[in-house]
Design a binder for this molecule. Structure first.
Ligand SMILES: N[C@@H](CCC(=O)N[C@@H](CS)C(=O)NCC(=O)O)C(=O)O
Length: 335
């Protein structure tokens, strides 16, 4: 195997793996895609946490995880080469915010639909098992599929994918795909005619939702433009475009999702975590939502607040008319 290039280790059913694969293809970085994980496959990979995707660097063979830091590492290593970070600090901040919301909230929709509906459980259990066998796991398909489904269904309450939370989660999926469908009628990507990191984060999650039977059927019927956009952007290595001067009106609608759903969730998580609680609960648009607390998402919230704080005052002023009416601003500056 040619290991003078990057090796990206992941699985097709992993949203963050497909996020990174599409990003690296768009950036025209030389890499090998290898099916596997720290636990499955030919390699012994000692990474913490043991998640996919894993990126192996060509020079020293070191392994790295977590798609957001990975994307930034690649920016440092290949500056200016089809960067996915908009130059305008205002668009830059919105890029971080929407990326974070896709990674941390939209993934709940992915996980919920995948393991809540019998049709999805049947399909995805066998899909994931078949891919694990292809990556080198041992066992037979049906036993493996059963084991995977049982384990994932057991994890649902931990990440907030419960029947009580389903209306909030499904509502946010329907609203998001409707907004993106309208956005794509006018613009090729979130911030112009070239993709940003947030486009790849949305791509990663939505590509899974466009595969699993129940949410895929919804997307095909209600948001065909988005559905087709996903297929196209698995490989955007031929795309040449430019950043928009200003965010489109539909970006403000995406911020509405953040202000009404994602930031209240982040804040409730941070407060519960600070109080030493194992679980948190809140009302989102009048509907109950509760789940276990997560330190990782405390850090996500702190990071977004810090990114806003270090923005130059002129960019903060330009952002205010977007962040204030969408309800995001208070979460970024208060407390
Ligand atoms: N924040 C991480 C999340 C990665 C993640 O959660 N990966 C999942 C698969 S999509 C995983 O490896 N889970 C471990 C497991 O299922 O055992 C990122 O952005 O890369």
């Amino acid at each position: 195997m040619k290991e003078s290039s990057y090796v990206l280790i992941g699985m097709p059913a992993s949203p963050y793996s497909l996020k990174m694969r599409a990003l690296m293809r768009y950036r025209r970085l030389d890499f090998i895609w290898e099916m596997g994980s720290p636990r499955v496959g030919a390699r012994q990979i000692d990474v913490k946490p043991p998640l996919i995707p894993v990126l192996r660097l060509p020079e020293d063979g070191s392994y790295h995880v977590d798609s957001t830091p990975l994307a930034h590492l690649l920016e440092e290593r290949h500056p200016g080469q089809r960067s996915v970070l908009p130059l305008d600090p205002m668009l830059g901040f919105l890029n971080h915010l929407i990326e974070d919301m896709a990674d941390e909230w939209l993934t709940k929709a992915m996980f919920h639909y995948r393991w809540a509906y019998a049709e999805c459980i049947d399909y995805c259990g066998r899909w994931l098992a078949g891919d694990m066998l292809a990556a080198g796991a041992e066992g037979d398909l049906e036993t493996l599929a059963q084991g995977i489904s049982t384990r994932q269904i057991e994890r649902m309450p931990l990440v907030g994918c419960t029947p009580e939370n389903a209306p909030v989660i499904e509502g946010s999926y329907l609203r998001l795909i409707a907004i993106l469908e309208r956005h794509l009628a006018a613009q090729r990507y979130l911030f112009g005619s070239r993709p940003a990191l947030a486009d790849f984060a949305l791509f990663g999650q939505l590509q899974q939702l466009a595969t699993d039977p129940v949410p895929a059927e919804i997307m095909r019927r209600q948001a065909q433009r988005l559905y087709d956009w996903l297929r196209r952007n698995d490989d955007a290595s031929g795309v040449e475009g430019r950043w928009a001067d200003e965010p489109a009106a539909t970006i403000v609608e995406l911020l509405g999702l953040a202000g009404e759903i994602y930031f209240p969730f982040l804040q409730a998580n941070a407060e519960a975590f600070a109080a030493g609680a194992d679980t948190m609960s809140l009302e989102i648009n009048g509907q109950p939502f509760s789940q276990g607390t997560f330190k990782y998402q405390v850090r996500c919230y702190e990071r977004l607040r810090a990114l806003f704080e270090v923005l130059d005052p002129a960019s903060q002023v330009r952002l205010e008319p977007l962040l204030e009416p969408s309800g995001c601003l208070a979460y970024l500056i208060e407390g």
